[in-house]
Structures are given as structure tokens and as C-alpha cells.
Ligand binder design. Structure first.
Ligand SMILES: NC(=O)c1ccc[n+]([C@@H]2O[C@H](COP(=O)([O-])OP(=O)(O)OC[C@H]3O[C@@H](n4cnc5c(N)ncnc54)[C@H](O)[C@@H]3O)[C@@H](O)[C@H]2O)c1
Length: 386
């Protein structure tokens, strides 16, 4: 099944007034060849409005329930307003699971550990990220830009018929470009479908032409929906496999020659914990994510001789529009969805935040992870162990 966006539309090449000149010598030098993955109340705001003076990638949006609140995931309340400062951050723990919960604010001694300062160790690198308009892809784009990479963000940026929750938008791509440029990096944004090989190829080629090469590919775009196997339509199966598995293959196929030309690079595939286990009424999603795990292992073998590392990441539930959309389609709250599907080991953590995933990606994209290839990086708050 194909949906809209028959060709990639590069809505902005960094303008001559803002573009950082392409360096004549790349820094740091490349390693040599063969030397070596509720309903949307807070998302749109987070996706489009930078806050405070802290780097965008470094904004703490996680909240943990203090022990004085119920540790049940059902007691969580999602972030609803601008991010508080570290000093004054409070956790809102609702007394109900639901939509009109009465909440109490409790000072928490610490939110998630402070993230290290940007390293700059991606200076001179170029990253191509799919599904970057919002959610995890956006956080990854901002994190890699903060570490010095120039960014090409590719997203369908349009409504699709299946699944019926909101995907990214052109406005989000535009605001992402502005945020990346505010970090001093160059940014290209493309509206296109990962299932459209022609559009993908044109976007990858334009990235190389405009930004000087390609070093990092993050296959992040994906969809999710529930359906019993005996009630699933051909179109639903095809859409899930097409976006979550064929799409990463098509983007990788277009990118690999450029990574080889660079003498090395890294491909990070965003699978899921569902790429390592089963899930009820998720056969198409689980199959697509296991497929992506397999693609990771196969590519790691195939591309190691070219100095290209390939890894997959496997988050538990993440606080993104995807989870809101899934909840809305199920007629449930995000909290209820989290209770149903997460089962995280860490108490009071029904989901993790996009910055948590971005932190893993910035590590895997860097030479600090130079010996990581073919591997599955689980970020699941203990789900697979529970
Ligand atoms: N949210 C979770 O709980 C969770 C957990 C584990 C893994 N994942 C995976 O992480 C990835 C990102 O998920 P998210 O939570 O940020 O989702 P999201 O729905 O919030 O964002 C997905 C992005 O991908 C884009 N996209 C969708 N279909 C596309 C297509 N055909 N072509 C190009 N772009 C397309 C959307 O426009 C959107 O911007 C997905 O692959 C998902 O399966 C999500």
C-alpha cells in the first residue's frame, strides 16, 4: 500500500545566508577502511517549541514518580507544560489513571541523571534520519546536531490512511530545521515516504550533494497498530511491513554506496523490544521489527569489510505521538496502553522519553562505539528481564 508523497520534496536546502560552508578538509579524519539500531496533549508542543537556554537535545522531559506517589504506572501523569528547571522540577502523580485525574505535585530529588555535555565528536559528519519530524527521530536529530553533525531529516510529513493517528508534518520539519540551524549545524528536510525508492534515492543523493557526504544513517521511521491475525487485512500487513522493514532496506540500499565512499560509517536501525519478543495482536509489527533485527545482523556482516557498523536499538514504550495514537485507536489512555504492553521492571516507569533513546543513538553514532556492530542495544527499563 502506498500513501501520498510519491516523491521526496526537499523543502529546504540550508540557505546561503545560514549555511555553514562545506569544510574542505573533514574533521575529525575518517578512520581507515577495514579498521573495523491520552492523545497527544504534550507532543506537538515539545516538537515545535524550544525551551529555555539549554540545548534542545538536552531538555529533560522525563518525570519519575517519587516513592511517595503510587508506584503503579497508572499513577503517572504525562508532562503537560513547559519543562521545569532541574532545581524546581516536580512530578505530577495523578490519583486516577485517567483523563480528569486529580493530581498532586511532589518535589523529586532527581530526575534522570544529567546527560553529558555535547562532545562535538560528530563534527564534520553527516546524518540521515528517517521519521525525524517528531517523536524519537526528532530527538535523535537534535542530539546528533548538538554533537556536531549536519542533519538530513526525512519524513512522510503527511496524513496516511493507516494507521489513523497523526504522523509528522511539514511544520514540524521546518521547526526542526530551525532548531538544528540554531545549534550551528546545517539541515536539510525532505518530505517523502520510506517506501518510495525513487524519493529516498533523490533525498540521499541531495544530502550528499549539499552536505558533502554521508556518515550516519538512522532508520527510525515506523508505524504501529493492533490487529488480530485473523482480522488483519492485506493492506494493514503490507503497510506495516512496507514502512517498518522494506523502508529501512530501501533507505539503506540508497545510503550504503555513500557510506562505502566515505570509508566507513554507521547504520542504526530503530527496532523495538518487539523485535526481540512477541506481542499480542501485534503480529505484523512484531514480524517487521524482528525482520529489522535480522537486517541489522545481515548488513553488519556484509558491511564490516567497508568499515560500516550496523546496530539495532530496542526501546520499550517511548513517550511519543505513536503511543498517543495507539492509545486513541484503542479507546484507551496512554497509561492504560503502557500498563497493558510495557511491564517495565523499573517501578514507576511506564515509558521512557525520547531523549533517553537519543542519548543511546548519539553514543552509537560516535567513534566511542567503534567496536559495536551486529549488536542489539536494549533500552527497556528492564522489560525483557521482568
Ligand atoms: N513509541 C514507542 O513506544 C516505540 C517503542 C519502541 C520502538 N519504537 C519505534 O521507534 C520508531 C520511532 O517511533 P516514534 O515513537 O517516534 O513514532 P512517531 O509516530 O512518534 O514518529 C514516527 C515518525 O515517522 C514518520 N513516518 C511514519 N511513516 C513514515 C513513512 N512511510 N515514511 C517516512 N516517515 C514516516 C512519521 O511522520 C513520524 O514523524 C518507530 O520505528 C517505532 O516502531 C517506538
Amino acid at each position: 500500500m502506498r500513501t501520498s508523497a510519491s516523491s521526496a520534496r526537499c523543502s529546504s536546502v540550508a540557505s546561503s545566508s545560514t549555511a555553514v560552508p562545506i569544510p574542505t578538509t573533514r574533521s575529525p579524519p575518517r578512520r581507515s577502511r577495514c579498521s573495523w539500531t491520552g492523545a497527544g496533549r504534550s507532543r506537538a508542543r515539545r516538537a515545535t517549541s524550544p525551551t529555555s537556554s539549554s540545548p534542545a537535545w538536552n531538555r529533560h522531559s522525563s518525570r519519575r514518580c517519587a516513592s511517595s506517589c503510587s508506584p503503579s504506572p497508572a499513577s503517572w501523569s504525562r508532562p503537560t507544560s513547559s519543562t521545569p528547571s532541574a532545581a524546581s522540577r516536580s512530578t505530577t502523580c495523578s490519583t486516577t489513571t485517567g483523563r480528569t485525574a486529580t493530581s498532586v505535585s511532589t518535589e523529586t530529588p532527581a530526575s534522570p541523571a544529567p546527560r553529558p555535555a555535547p562532545t562535538g565528536d560528530l563534527t564534520g559528519r553527516v546524518a540521515f534520519i528517517t521519521g525525524a519530524a517528531h517523536g524519537q527521530g526528532r530527538a535523535m536529530a537534535l542530539a546528533l546536531a548538538a554533537d556536531g553533525a549536519d542533519i538530513a531529516a526525512y519524513d512522510i510529513a503527511a496524513k496516511i490512511s493507516y494507521p489513523a493517528y497523526a504522523q509528522g508534518s511539514s511544520a514540524e520539519l521546518d521547526s526542526l530545521r530551525a532548531e538544528i540551524e540554531a545549534l550551528g549545524r546545517r539541515a536539510l528536510v525532505f518530505a517523502g515516504d520510506v517506501r518510495d525508492a525513487g524519493a529516498v534515492g533523490r533525498a540521499v543523493d541531495a544530502t550528499v550533494a549539499e552536505l558533502g557526504g554521508l556518515d550516519i544513517l538512522v532508520n527510525n521511521a515506523g508505524i504501529v497498530a493492533y490487529a488480530a491475525a485473523d482480522e488483519m487485512s492485506d493492506a494493514e500487513w503490507d503497510a506495516m511491513i512496507g514502512i517498518n522493514l522494506t523502508g529501512p532496506f530501501l533507505v539503506g540500499r540508497a545510503a550504503i554506496p555513500h557510506l562505502k565512499a566515505r570509508g566507513g560509517g554507521v547504520i542504526i536501525n530503530n527496532s523495538s523490544v518487539m523485535g526481540l519478543r512477541g506481542g499480542n495482536r501485534l503480529s505484523h509489527y512484531v514480524a517487521s521489527k524482528h525482520g529489522l533485527t535480522g537486517l541489522t545482523k545481515a548488513w553488519a556482516i556484509e558491511l564490516a569489510p567497508f568499515g560500516i557498523r550496523v546496530v539495532s536499538i530496542h526501546p520499550t514504550g517511548v513517550n511519543t505521538p505513536m503511543n498517543d495514537g495507539l492509545a486513541a485507536m484503542e479507546g484507551a489512555t496512554p497509561q492504560e496502553i503502557a500498563e497493558r504492553s510495557a511491564g517495565n521492571l523499573l517501578p514507576g516507569v511506564p515509558w521512557i522519553e525520547t531523549d533517553d533513546v537519543a542519548e543511546l543513538v548519539r553514543y552509537l553514532a560516535s567513534d566511542r562505539a567503534r567496536f559495536a556492530t551486529g549488536a542489539q542495544f536494549v533500552l527497556d527499563a528492564g522489560l525483557l528481564t521482568a
